[in-house]
Design a binder for this molecule. Structure first.
Ligand SMILES: Cc1cc2nc3c(=O)[nH]c(=O)nc-3n(C[C@H](O)[C@H](O)[C@H](O)COP(=O)(O)O)c2cc1C
Length: 332
């Protein structure tokens, strides 16, 4: 048995590093490179219901355009490349990746309607996905919707998808819930097999010349690891049978080690792999193996959770904001 083996969503993985959704996991050639580099699993880019809807509208418009031009409209089909429609493309990628990769392929869904979440999750499972990741985010802007309303909607969706598919379901969440430990437990009660912590939001900016609201994608910085690290450490003893994946700010092998020490079953990376290319996964895993060797850890199992909240001499360290102490530690 290799020292790096781990288990995630009931699947035995050869390593605890998972490539999280990004353009790198959206193409077969880079997926194969990630596989060569030793990742334990890959999560494909989310199938966004909006993307499918938009393409359906475009398809419809083109069909309609045809009906105005030709007499026998019902026989007319403009030359549309179905391979490039969102749903088809995702299904083909799942099928191909599942056939060609040696590691599990996890498909991600971001729906808009309840039916959409369920339908697309089922389609992706049918195409070969070994697990489903629900990429759930919602900027709650309606002042008439309470936190309980928002949480109930999330839980209903998790239940609907879990009931519909026979593979494990992980839920990727944002940290913006007022009582996160309570909500995380209820997501698990609703049937989730794993939690992926945390999704990153891309905040809009204002262009001072054009006054446009702009969306600029910025890759994560290493310090962003701290937030998921804290919550993985807190939730590990609370959710003993649940898979936990850490995502955000993983830029070095030592970050992977920290995630595992806090209690993650797998640690995910996107920005670092986008910056350095898929082969970077191999270097990250080598760093993990070297660290384990130097610190006499024989397996990921032995490492996992050994610095989780229940395992440390001062469990309160994960709860305190350390606000005053951190502020006064600033030195010029
Ligand atoms: C270009 C890009 C595309 C992404 N696409 C998705 C996506 O389709 N679904 C998803 O759940 N997360 C997506 N993410 C978020 C990443 O999977 C990851 O959770 C996030 O970037 C934090 O991890 P990191 O610090 O390793 O980058 C994307 C991130 C980037 C940078």
């Amino acid at each position: 048995m290799s020292a790096l083996e781990s288990t995630y969503l009931g699947m035995a993985l050869r390593s605890p590093l998972v490539a999280s959704p990004s353009p790198t996991t959206g193409k077969l050639d880079t997926l194969l490179q990630l596989d060569d580099a030793g990742v334990g699993a890959v999560v494909l880019p989310s199938l966004f219901e909006e993307e499918v809807d938009r393409e359906a509208v475009t398809l419809n418009e083109r069909l309609e355009a045809g009906s105005g031009v030709f007499g026998e409209a019902s026989d007319y089909f403009p030359d549309i490349d179905l391979d490039h429609l969102g749903l088809e493309r995702h299904i083909m990628l799942v099928e191909e990746a599942s056939r060609r990769l040696s590691v599990p392929v996890i498909a991600s869904v971001n729906g808009r309607s309840s039916g959409g979440w369920v339908r697309y999750a089922c389609d992706l499972v049918e195409a070969g996905a070994r697990a489903i990741e629900l990429n759930m985010y919602d900027v709650a802007v309606d002042p008439d919707r309470t936190a309980a309303d928002v949480e109930t909607a999330y839980l209903d969706l998790v239940r609907a998808v879990v009931d519909a598919v026979e593979v494990p379901v992980a839920v990727k969440l944002s940290p913006y819930f007022s009582s996160f430990a309570n909500f995380a437990a209820r997501v698990v009660e609703a049937g989730a097999d794993g939690l992926v912590l945390f999704n990153r939001f891309y905040q809009p900016d204002i262009d001072l010349e054009t006054l446009d609201v702009t969306a600029k994608l910025e890759l994560s910085r290493p310090g962003e690891l701290r937030l998921p690290l804290r919550w993985i450490a807190i939730l590990r003893p609370q959710l003993t049978g649940t898979s936990l994946a850490l995502t955000s700010g993983v830029a070095a092998g030592t970050d992977v080690v920290k995630g595992l020490l806090a209690g993650a079953d797998v640690v995910m990376s996107t920005s670092e792999i986008l910056r350095q290319g898929p082969a970077r996964a191999k270097a990250l895993l080598t760093e993990v193996a070297v660290w384990m060797d130097e610190h006499d850890y024989e397996s990921v199992d032995q490492l996992r959770g050994s610095v989780a909240q229940h395992a440390v001499p001062d469990p309160g360290a994960y709860e305190r904001a350390q606000y005053q102490r951190v502020l006064s530690s600033w030195k010029h």
